[in-house]
Design a protein around this ligand. Structure first.
Ligand SMILES: Cc1ncc(COP(=O)(O)O)c(C=O)c1O
Length: 409
């Protein structure tokens, strides 16, 4: 997105807002595809940012969908059910039955427990339809199943309707160590080979979430390309022969996002300069930010020539933790200026404590050079979620509409 486009959004839309650049998103996918080659499939973990799914339809192979809510988003966006991997530690029997009735054997289901297996077994029998499943291997937490249980399921696999396509594995996000990826992939490869030699079972698909990292802060060296290339080499070395599907959210989505917020107040308290913005930590999330000590990529949009001084940027929540960055050098920062936080395409829009203080959810814009700006979500009030009496809201809205905006020069 060029400066002119950004300027037009800034003058048109009320802050705070997110803008997700679809051209950058496509460029990131293309970079990943080039590094991994065409044998590796890409599965987008939509929890990172559901607003991107429609745009990604032609660019990725699968969506990892983890809740009924995410599934409904896919339905509304008209996502091809053949691209859906229905994942999640809790799958409600009713939701599974709905998906089976509606989409038959098009969706792939992950199995995270014996009871999930049994629910599917029961329902596929009842509806007399085949389903494809992936068995999720645990990494030592509440997700997935032990190797022993997976072996038992495979060994007793006299299932009329359930086709086990392979194994799913995800152990965590922001992995910055190639050694860790190597360790996981080596073990998975070995496990797949054992399933083959011991039970004559072929893992047709290995769905692996590598948790590739995004390097957010000024203080770090950006090793994203190195991590991607290393992962590609490790995948090439696998011996078990199944198709590899990479389940990723952050690495796909982070770089396309910007979060724009306005400086609404400035003050000096006990010699420290504080700048208050109309957004905050409930809408902005940089994994690994420690007590706001690290510096994420920020553009001071209205940068002028003048004196540079340090400001601690705080959001508008009632908590001392709502600090976005400490003692950041700005040149002639003023009330009304816009700050653009970059690399906010993943998890900022979904992970925040959005209901705290009943502040509005920010507007979401999608941008591409071809289509310019499109509103993907209007700013949305949360006060009615925290206490529901809509009639009172109407009266308030009428009063608010009649008050002219006070502009601070
Ligand atoms: C099962 C699963 N797969 C994939 C992901 C995506 O991880 P990342 O955003 O690090 O790529 C997650 C994230 O929580 C997950 O739980």
């Amino acid at each position: 997105m060029n400066e002119v486009s950004l300027e037009s959004a800034i003058s048109k839309y009320k802050t705070p807002f997110y803008v997700f650049d679809m051209d950058l998103l496509a460029a990131q996918i293309s970079k990943i595809r080039i590094a991994l080659g065409d044998k590796v499939e890409l599965c987008y973990a939509m929890k990172a940012n559901p607003f991107l799914i429609k745009e990604l339809q032609g660019l990725i192979d699968y969506y990892e969908v983890c809740s009924p809510g995410e599934f409904q988003i896919c339905e509304r966006a008209d996502i091809n059910p053949n691209k859906i991997v229905m994942s999640g530690v809790y799958k409600n029997a009713k939701d599974i039955e709905y998906a089976l009735k509606q989409y038959g054997d098009q969706i792939i289901y992950t199995i995270e427990s014996l009871s999930q297996w049994q629910i599917l077994e029961q329902y596929t029998l009842k509806h007399q339809i085949n389903v494809q499943v992936l068995l999720r291997l645990t990494s030592g937490n509440q997700f997935g199943m032990d190797e022993t249980l997976i072996r038992q399921i495979i060994q007793n696999s006299n299932h009329t309707f359930i086709n086990i396509e392979g194994i799913q594995y995800f152990s965590g996000t922001q992995k910055k160590s190639v050694k860790k990826l190597e360790h996981e992939l080596t073990r998975l490869d070995q496990f797949c080979n054992e399933l083959n030699s011991q039970y004559n079972f072929t893992v047709k698909k290995l769905e692996y979430g590598p948790g590739l990292p995004v390097f957010y802060f000024e203080e770090e060296q950006n090793e994203e390309d190195f991590m991607l290339d290393s992962l590609s080499k490790l995948i090439n070395n696998l011996t078990s022969g199944g198709k590899v599907s990479l389940e990723m959210g952050r690495f796909i989505a982070a770089s396309c996002g910007s979060y724009v917020t306005s400086v609404v107040d400035m003050k000096t308290n006990q010699k420290e300069g504080y700048c208050i913005v109309d957004g905050g930590m409930h809408q902005l999330n940089y994994y690994g930010q420690m007590l706001a000590m690290k510096r994420p990529p920020i553009i001071h949009w209205n940068k002028r020539y003048g004196k540079t001084s340090e400001w601690t940027v705080c959001g508008s929540l009632c908590t001392i933790h709502d600090v976005l960055v400490k003692q950041y050098p700005f040149t002639d920062l003023q009330v009304g200026d816009k700050l653009i936080f970059e690399k906010t395409g993943a998890y900022s829009v979904t992970e925040g404590i959005s209901l705290f203080l009943s502040r509005d959810l920010p507007q979401v814009l999608l941008y591409s050079d071809k289509d310019k700006f499109r509103v993907a979500r209007n700013s949305f009030p949360t006060d009615t979620l925290n206490y529901f009496d809509c009639s009172a809201n109407e009266t308030r809205k009428e009063t608010m509409d009649s008050i002219p905006m006070l502009s601070v020069e």
